[in-house]
Design a protein around this ligand. Structure first.
Ligand code: FES
Length: 103
């Protein structure tokens, strides 16, 4: 599928941190780690909280509301109170640009 969309410049994404961006009406969380850049839905699967307001550490994002944790690479829920994961999206880097495939 050739459905890649430029969503950010790498320079806009603080290292070891998570940034929320809106793309085509979707709320996306971008994670800039030493392993690379990863993307997931920004809305927590448990309630009305944005993961970009949470805490990123060791490849996991902790929701700010009830401290549920997700794997940023797979979107998998890692602990209670989460029962569902969040969607993740493929990331490609072209020069300074970060592209996502949202299809
Ligand atoms: Fe995220 Fe409850 S809203 S853990």
């Amino acid at each position: 599928q050739d459905n890649w969309i430029t969503v950010a410049n790498i320079a806009d994404l603080a290292e070891d941190d998570v940034t929320g961006v809106e793309v085509n009406g979707l709320d996306i969380a971008l994670y800039h780690t030493e392993d690379g850049i990863f993307a997931s839905a920004n809305l927590c699967s448990h309630g009305n909280a944005r993961l970009s307001d949470g805490f990123l550490e060791d490849g996991e994002i902790e929701c700010p509301l009830h401290q549920g944790r997700f794997c940023i690479k797979t979107g998998k829920a890692l602990c209670s109170p989460l029962t569902e994961g969040v969607p993740v999206y493929p990331v490609r880097i072209e020069g300074e640009q970060v592209l996502l495939n949202l299809s």
